[in-house]
Design a protein around this ligand. Structure first.
Ligand code: FAD
Length: 318
């Protein structure tokens, strides 16, 4: 059976959820072969094997930790040469997209970014994407070279699928560009205890209707009752009510959770661009004519200052 390379996003061997989602999609088009770079391959291999990786190609070198993405591209290129895959799947993070773009260039391949679904096709894998600020859904395939495809977090379920997950060493020769940009310091972001916005299964967002930084506590309380991440519209961010890192939309982050709850957000096209692929959308807005209601699965016409705390209390009782 044809093999599919899956780039492993991990922290010291702790595999992050988007990679397990990639394994689910990879199994639809072939046998997943995971590429693990950096320390912790043996620990990661257990988890990767439990989710369908037949092999884990592992390489560890200081270059992966000390320099920006080029060493990882060198390694993926080596893996692609060793395996001749039918596709290379990479999580759609900022780093993942840069790796994918550089890899596609190296392989002379077409690339599809931010796919939200993937299926086998007669002429290669077919990816679903949302285009033009989510006004269209497209299905496309790469027509040249080994398809390099980045997939948005939460696009597929994590499924157990026992496979061998055998670790094999990957030989990597670094090119002269590999050490071109050295990482000089890392500043970990202060943890809020909430999930990462782009990976969260549930996102609770607030907009201009929240009417002040101090009122975001009710959005956070609802998020915490659901174990969700907090998002914000640009209006709320520009007003200084919530950090820019939490902005959802065209010029913010693109999210695709199982559940998106928009509170006091009108539903401008630029906001929709970042959340329209969410599986279930709920909005709370006091204006029954707000455009957000055109795309919701469930809408509450009401004052968020009454509705959101009631919802939080109700969820806490369950
Ligand atoms: P508004 O449009 O002002 O809507 C506020 C809503 O809250 C209204 O519908 C109102 O009825 C409701 N409301 C008010 N009070 C209450 C209450 N008490 N209870 C319930 N509902 C209430 N926007 C983004 O979000 N993300 C982006 O990435 C982004 N990028 C952009 C890029 C460009 C180039 C441009 C031009 C714009 C971009 N915008 C983006 C801005 C976008 O056009 C909108 O201005 C913005 O999304 C509006 O935010 P909002 O919905 O919070 O505010």
């Amino acid at each position: 059976m044809a093999e599919v390379l899956v780039y492993v996003d991990h922290v010291d061997g702790a595999v992050r959820k988007p990679t397990l989602e990639l394994l689910t999609l990879a199994r639809r088009i072939g046998e997943p072969v995971a590429v693990h770079l950096g320390p912790g391959a043996d620990a990661a291999a257990t988890v990767l094997g439990e989710h369908g990786a037949t092999r884990v190609l592992a390489a560890d070198a200081p270059e992966f930790a000390d320099y920006l993405v080029v060493p990882k591209v060198d390694a993926l290129q080596a893996a692609a040469a060793a395996v001749s895959p039918v596709a290379v799947l990479v999580p759609s993070s900022a780093e993942g997209k840069e790796i994918a773009a550089r890899l596609a260039l190296r392989l002379g391949s077409g690339i599809i970014t931010d796919a939200t679904d993937l299926e086998a096709g007669d002429e290669g894998p077919v990816a679903t994407q949302s285009a033009f600020a989510a006004a269209f859904t497209t299905r496309s395939r790469v027509s040249h070279g080994v398809p390099v495809i980045t997939v948005k977090p939460n696009s597929a379920p994590v499924e157990a699928a026992p496979a061998t997950g055998t670790v094999e060493q990957l030989q990597v020769t670094f090119g002269e560009l590999a050490t071109g940009t050295k990482i000089v310091s890392r500043t970990p972001r202060e943890s809020t205890g909430r999930p990462e916005l782009t990976e969260a299964a549930i996102v609770v967002s607030g907009g201009r209707g929240v009417n002040g930084a101090e009122n975001f506590s009710i959005i956070e309380a609802l998020a915490d009752s659901l174990g969700a991440a907090v998002g914000a519209s640009r209006a709320a961010v520009d007003a200084g009510w919530y950090p820019h890192t939490n902005q959802v939309g065209q010029t913010g982050k693109s999210v695709s959770p199982q559940l998106y709850i928009a509170n006091g957000i009108s539903g401008a096209i630029q906001h929709r661009a970042g959340m329209q692929t969410s599986k279930t959308i709920v909005a709370v807005n006091k204006d029954a004519e707000a455009p957000i209601f055109d795309l919701v699965d469930y809408g509450v016409v009401g004052d968020l200052f009454q509705v959101v705390p009631q919802l939080t209390e109700e969820i806490k009782t369950r």
